[in-house]
Design a protein around this ligand. Structure first.
Ligand code: GYE
Length: 354
């Protein structure tokens, strides 16, 4: 076998040995264990995903939103400012708002809720619940329909897993602030009998403001000797106070759970020959323009703010939720307290949006 042939033969033998012994580098690299695969960006769990049908997520814009809003009704200055906030902000942001006026009727509000569940255009439901109970079934139906629900202004009892978030005030704290201010004004007074005008029965602000008021007021010996609903209205606030005044004039303070009921009480006090804010201390909650006027007129001592301009925060939450973001269960609104004897009251009043 010629020298050259030998060499070639040897070379082939050597090559074959090499192939047989070397590691897999050369073989198709075995797929690394699953874990190693750089995981795709984790798809948010389905539950967080937006309403079915909003395939613009997670990059939906306000123009993709069709919000079904269940308003309580039109019971006063605060509500008017709240409704305007929703209508004007929807226009500014370019979202579609379907506005439902529940006319302060719970059955109508539940019916409106069902309507929005069935309405194929509506992709987010927002509600100012008239009362804290009665929502289990419609909340479950909304979840089944893949429609996120946001509570605006008023909370409900329980079922936190069936709504996205509650955007609104700490009503208990509003009540505490009112009690604290009433204590300060009745300091040194021999008797501290206070009458309370309550909002509609079953409503979160009515329940919570009463709880908060008693928490701080009772610490200074205040006794709530009369308490009755006046349904957030001037007329009923006046009628209820008139009826109490017929019974007795032994009252040192009146706590109106909203401005309108306090205005009614102020009228009744005047007609009974008492001077509001002098003979009888007067406090309200809301701080609408009417309350500032009453303070400037010298008939209302204090008003505790409850901010009605909630729409920007609510719509921001609606967009976030359809884009799959998870939100805190409560987004509290920021609020202050205003006083009749504030030297800057006029300037403050001029700067108010509602
Ligand atoms: O205080 C009252 C209105 O829900 C916070 O409802 C709102 C209350 C407000 O009727 O004026």
């Amino acid at each position: 076998m010629s020298h050259l042939k030998k060499l070639v033969f040897l070379f082939i033998i050597a090559l074959m040995v090499l192939v047989a012994c070397s590691p897999a580098a050369t073989a198709e690299p075995a797929a690394p264990a699953e874990a190693e695969e750089p995981a795709e960006a984790e798809e948010p769990a389905e539950a967080e995903m937006p309403a079915a049908g909003l395939d613009c997520a997670p990059n939906c814009q306000y123009s993709d939103l069709v919000v079904g809003f269940l308003q309580t009704g039109s019971e006063g200055g605060w509500r008017a400012a709240n409704t305007a906030s929703f209508k004007e902000t929807a226009e500014q942001l370019g979202l579609t708002l379907k506005f439902y006026d529940s006319q302060n009727d719970l059955a109508k509000q539940v019916a409106g809720f069902q309507q929005f569940i069935e309405d194929p255009e509506v992709n987010v439901i927002v509600m100012s619940p008239l009362e804290v109970t009665g929502w289990e079934q419609v909340l479950k139906d909304a979840e089944a329909a893949g429609k996120p629900v946001i509570l605006s202004d008023r909370r409900i009892d329980g079922f936190e897993d069936l709504y996205v978030t509650f955007i609104g005030a700490d009503f208990v704290e509003e009540g505490r602030k009112s009690g604290t201010e009433m204590c300060k004004m009745l300091e040194g007074s021999d008797s501290k009998n206070v009458w309370e005008l309550v909002g509609n029965v079953g409503a979160a602000p009515a329940i919570d403001r009463g709880t908060g008021f008693r928490e701080t007021a009772e610490e200074c010996g205040i006794v709530v000797t009369n308490s009755q609903t006046a349904n957030w209205s001037v007329v009923e606030g006046k009628q209820v106070t008139e009826a109490w005044l017929k019974e007795s004039k032994d009252v040192q303070g009146i706590f109106g759970q909203n401005d309108e009921m306090a205005f009614g009480a102020i009228e009744a006090l005047k007609e009974a020959g008492l001077t509001p804010a002098v003979d009888v201390m007067t406090i309200s909650v809301d701080a609408t323009a009417g309350a500032f006027q009453a303070m400037l007129d010298g008939t209302l001592n204090v008003t505790v703010e409850c901010n009605p301009l909630l729409a920007p925060q609510v719509y921001e939450a609606a967009l976030a939720t359809v884009n799959g973001e998870t939100l805190p269960k409560w987004i509290p609104s920021q609020e202050s307290v205003f006083f009749m004897d504030d030297p800057n009251l006029e300037a403050i009043a001029e700067g108010r949006k509602y």
